[in-house]
Write a protein that binds this ligand. Structure first.
Ligand SMILES: C[S@@+](CC[C@H](N)C(=O)[O-])C[C@H]1O[C@@H](n2cnc3c(N)ncnc32)[C@H](O)[C@@H]1O
Length: 347
């Protein structure tokens, strides 16, 4: 059986609901930002029951955006994001598994009536071959994905396809499973571990390398938490390996540099983004208080000045003088080691 067929079988036939998962990849309502549960409350229970994501893929300021969801499953995130982009935006979901798409499509009219607008589309296809779907290059503001890329056998092709479809200044914002070391072959080859999103998990260092090679020069970690394996057989097979759910944002901008460089720049957050009234969190290293001068490296400056966030910031400085590397960036395992350390999350 090919890996694609194995995954289709796992999500199309073997799993019937989130309760069948053998890890705690899916987390509880209590850990979500307050604005999310009301949106989920508008989504049909048949869709919610088959949610298999591992993180929260709802970046802020999505009004009017065109969003693509890679491996959308039954569409929980598509329908949550549809409410955030509103009538002037659009959310397109892609998945390869018929049973998942069938549920997603079955409730399209239901959700359009509930929201008061129809702005979703579901396409059947492979995320490694996005160019076969007839989507216009550089036509998406944001691409999301929730616990899918680990299941792909050609992760480089997924990243390359996403880069091509994003508008300049757009971002690939996605949650996935990562490991603290390269996963041994016997773990990767176990069909249940693969289906459960552990076997195909990337070692985080390899993910950083792959992203940069694909053209996303500066991946930013948004949140992370350790994953627990509940099943005893799977636990024995994976002993010693640390698995994490992590959300990254990868901005598309050709001027992003491989290291954070210091040009003496700073930004001031002016507020006005829903969900970030007093504090804007770009990533785990950038919690930006409203009204406060916040020194930034050149890459962070670009991620705010050349993207949909621009109008909410004042920008101080330029790229005229280089002061060397920006202190305090990078190094070591980036993930939260305990549940206490985790940031806002999740599903
Ligand atoms: C873990 S589930 C996550 C589904 C959804 N994102 C959610 O949060 O409920 C993985 C989904 O990705 C889809 N998938 C996995 N590999 C894929 C591929 N190569 N191309 C398209 N879809 C894929 C599966 O069919 C399945 O629906």
């Amino acid at each position: 059986m090919s890996t694609h067929d194995l995954v289709k079988d796992y999500y199309g036939k073997q799993l019937q609901s989130s309760a069948d998962l053998k890890t705690d990849a899916c987390c509880d309502l209590a850990s979500m930002p307050a604005w999310l549960p009301p949106l989920l409350g508008n989504i049909h229970s048949d869709v919610l029951d088959r949610y298999y994501g591992c993180g929260l893929v709802a970046p802020l300021k999505l009004e009017g955006c065109r969003v693509l969801d890679l491996g959308c499953g039954t569409g929980r995130d598509v329908y949550a994001l549809a409410q955030l982009v509103g009538a002037s935006g659009e959310v397109v979901g892609v998945d390869m598994t018929d049973e998942q798409l069938e549920v997603a499509r079955k409730y399209q009219d239901h959700h359009s009536e509930k929201f008061g607008f129809a702005n979703t589309q579901f396409l059947k296809g492979y995320i490694e071959r996005l160019d076969e779907l007839g989507l216009e290059p550089e036509s998406f503001d944001v691409i999301v994905s929730n616990c899918v890329i680990n299941l792909s056998t050609d992760k480089a092709a997924v990243l390359a396809g996403a880069l091509k479809l994003l508008k300049p200044g757009g971002e690939f914002y996605f949650s996935d499973v990562y490991s603290d070391r390269r996963v041994p072959t016997e773990v990767a080859k176990d069909p249940v571990l693969y289906g459960e999103c552990l076997g195909g998990a990337l070692y985080w260092g390899d993910f950083m390398k792959l992203s940069k090679q694909a053209g996303f020069a500066d991946p930013r970690l948004v949140e992370s938490r350790p994953l627990a394996v509940d099943d005893l057989r799977l636990l024995a097979m994976t002993r010693g390996i640390g698995f994490f759910s992590a959300t990254y944002r990868l901005f598309k901008h050709e001027c992003l540099e491989p290291e954070c460089e210091d040009y003496g720049q700073a930004v001031i957050y002016q507020g006005g983004i829903a969900g970030a009234e007093q504090v804007f969190v770009l990533d785990t290293g950038h919690t930006i208080e409203r009204g406060r001068v916040f020194p930034v490296c050149g890459n962070t400056w670009l991620m705010l000045e050349q993207t949909r966030f621009k109008e909410h910031f004042t920008f101080i400085g330029n790229f005229d003088v280089h002061y060397g590397v920006f202190e305090g960036c990078g190094g070591g395992l980036p993930y939260a080691q305990s549940f206490d350390e985790q940031g806002i999350s999740c599903c």
